[in-house]
Design a protein around this ligand. Sequence first.
Ligand code: HEC
Length: 140
Amino acid sequence: MNSITAKLLTIALSLGVFSAVAAEKIDASKLPPASDKKGVTYAKDIKPLMETSCFKCHSSKSEKVKGKLKLDTLEDALKGGENGKDIIAGDSAGSPLVAMVAHLGDEDEFMPPPKNKAGIKQLTKDEVGLIRAWIDQGAK
Ligand code: HEC
């Protein structure tokens, strides 16, 4: 192939890579609705859920903390990971973490990762709804 074709190909490839990495806007109407439970807190409602589904890869006891995100304290969860904040208090539909656990948007970011070796299952709609209620109520 000539050098112009090669250059065009390189540009096309790099654009493709870009669009795969850029955060995808999700259709918030596809998210499971927030639970109507009142007074949802990290300590009471969210930590037990994350312990089952997330701590294997996102806690200070994980062999390797994935995405530099720890979820085993409220403070660390709010701090976020290598891509910045994953929880926006008061805005569950705009919180990257919610799209990821609802398996919407970029497939590479679905959490827990589908087919993970530990066999950890996807969250149920009710669990996603509980996380949404927690974030909408201020992520306390
Ligand atoms: C089997 C391991 C595993 C489990 C279980 C898991 N994750 Fe992850 N998580 C990862 C990996 C790996 C990454 C890094 C993603 C990448 O680099 O592609 C990540 C990244 C993330 C990020 C992005 C962090 C950032 O700021 O870059 C969020 C948010 C997240 N996970 C949330 C969760 C939540 C919530 C759960 C539980 C419901 C969970 N994950 C369960 C492996 C896991």
